[in-house]
Ligand binder design. Structure first.
Ligand SMILES: [Zn+2]
Length: 368
């Protein structure tokens, strides 16, 4: 609008309009409030620190000698390294650390924990009957990137977080075996080694000794128990979410299991075997929806939760300390097996069709 607003206030002698002056006073006022708030916060923080140190100082029975400095009183951490599957078991509490670490990693690593993997662990030295608490893990397996996991308090699930501070969220699906050692992946375009044409591998093969318990990956209704062509002794379970899982090549079924039974998640359904088209004991685990097979491993993949932004600095500080402790751990004793072969499963076994060398030696085995 030309000429401007007639209500524009006149400039004062020092050139500031009354409005500018009002803004200045308002700004000063806010600044004052800010200073007071900051001072009060600082005093509060100071007080809570005071209270914390008093609490530390007064820890322990009244008649006890003066409490040691917090650092001197902390239990030293257990630190150890070992090779998965190497002979020999250490004394307690190291044996418990090894068991707990291997259990954690078997669940946590995308393809399970393999023989020959080298693990370094830092744990809290707890006195019996309390189990040692794993604080940090480092795992190296041939052909796989080094992975580290850390205990970080105050996260959602209390599980170990990865190097980015991500923690696994609960997954209703559970592994069909206590230890997953994948020997052959789902592959819709697998080339048949003898027929030289595409013959899909409709499940995931996990090597395991004959007789290893096989569990329902999720609760559901048993849709098949019995012989089923190349699957050999087969169990299938129909789940409420429309997915059907299959468990093939079993040596035998769980006692009394029959079609129509309701099974709970992780309920025993059978035992690993080599029935049907199979070259050795393993579990062929499959998943389908409306009769179409998809990669059953995707069911077992764990969703990861990102670390909230306001916890990242605290995590980096704790991670730094645990990294130093992991870095200080030497090589495992006894020495790791020869590299290259060490991470191979003890007895690799797949469906006969997935054996790449079957073309040379497997013709006899292939006959049905
Ligand atoms: Zn298979």
């Amino acid at each position: 609008m030309p000429g401007g607003s007639p209500k524009q206030p006149e400039p004062t002698s020092d050139g500031w309009s009354p409005r500018t002056e009002a803004s200045l006073w308002l700004g000063l006022g806010l600044l004052g409030v800010g200073v007071v708030w900051f001072t009060v916060r600082a005093i509060e923080i100071d007080r809570s620190l005071d209270a914390a140190s008093r609490q530390l100082a007064s820890a322990g029975p009244p008649d006890a000698p003066p409490a040691p400095a917090p650092d001197a009183g902390a239990e030293p951490h257990l630190a150890l390294a070992w090779t998965v599957g190497a002979p020999g078991e250490p004394a307690e509490p190291l044996a418990s650390v090894r068991r707990a670490a291997e259990e954690l990693l078997a669940r946590r690593l995308p393809h399970g924990l393999r023989r020959g993997a080298v693990i370094r662990a830092v744990a809290e030295a707890a006195t019996a009957p309390k189990e040692p608490r794993i604080l940090a893990l480092d795992v190296r397996a041939a052909g796989q990137p080094e992975a580290r996991f850390y205990r970080f308090d105050g996260n959602a699930t209390g599980r170990l977080v990865d190097e980015e501070g991500r923690e696994p969220m609960p997954n209703p699906w559970q592994a069909p075996l206590a230890t997953l050692r994948r020997t052959s992946p789902f592959n819709p375009k697998r080339m048949h080694p003898i027929l030289h044409r595409v013959r899909p591998h409709e499940g995931t093969d996990y090597g395991a000794p004959s007789g290893t318990p096989v569990y329902a990956a999720l609760e559901g209704s048993v849709s098949w128990v019995g012989p089923h062509g190349g699957h050999g002794k087969w169990v299938a379970i129909q789940h409420d979410n429309g997915v059907e899982t299959g468990y093939a090549h079993l040596s035998r079924f769980a006692a009394g299991l029959k079609r129509g039974d309701h099974v709970a998640t992780h309920q025993l359904v059978g035992y690993v075997g080599s029935t049907g088209r199979s070259t050795g004991p393993h579990l062929h685990f499959s998943a389908s929806r409306n009769g179409v097979y998809f990669d059953a491993e995707t069911l077992l993949a764990t969703p990861l939760r990102e670390l909230p932004a306001d916890r990242r600095d605290a995590f980096r500080a704790e991670k730094g300390e645990l990294d130093r402790e992991l870095d200080d751990i030497g090589a495992p004793l006894p020495a790791a097996p020869r590299p290259g072969r060490g991470d191979e499963p003890a007895s690799p076994a797949n469906d006969s069709e997935s054996q790449p060398h079957a073309a040379a030696s497997g013709a006899r085995r292939q006959r049905r």
